[in-house]
Design a binder for this molecule. Structure first.
Ligand SMILES: [Zn+2]
Length: 81
């Protein structure tokens, strides 16, 4: 299973232009962002499974956290552009 920390080319397919982010408190670029992942839901009589298909999405309002100082805000607060 691929590491979620690896840069993902899916991010370049987002609607807005490429931009960059850094912590507004300590200027670190080591950040984490909460993403939404769409998963196929397979239901049977007594169980269910979810199968993430790899697509994920986040936007200006998604929570972002600095790995160095733990500052958390929506990702827009981290945008450098
Ligand atoms: Zn920070």
């Amino acid at each position: 299973m691929a590491s979620s920390r690896r840069p993902d080319s899916n991010l370049l397919a987002m609607e807005h232009d490429p931009m960059s982010w850094q912590c507004p408190k300590c200027n670190s670029a080591r950040l984490s962002v909460t993403v939404q992942v769409e998963a196929k839901l397979t239901q049977s009589e007594d169980n269910f499974e979810t199968d993430a298909d790899g697509d994920h999405a986040w936007d200006d309002d998604s929570p972002m956290t600095c790995s160095d100082c733990n500052f958390t805000d929506k990702s827009l607060a981290f945008a450098t552009d």
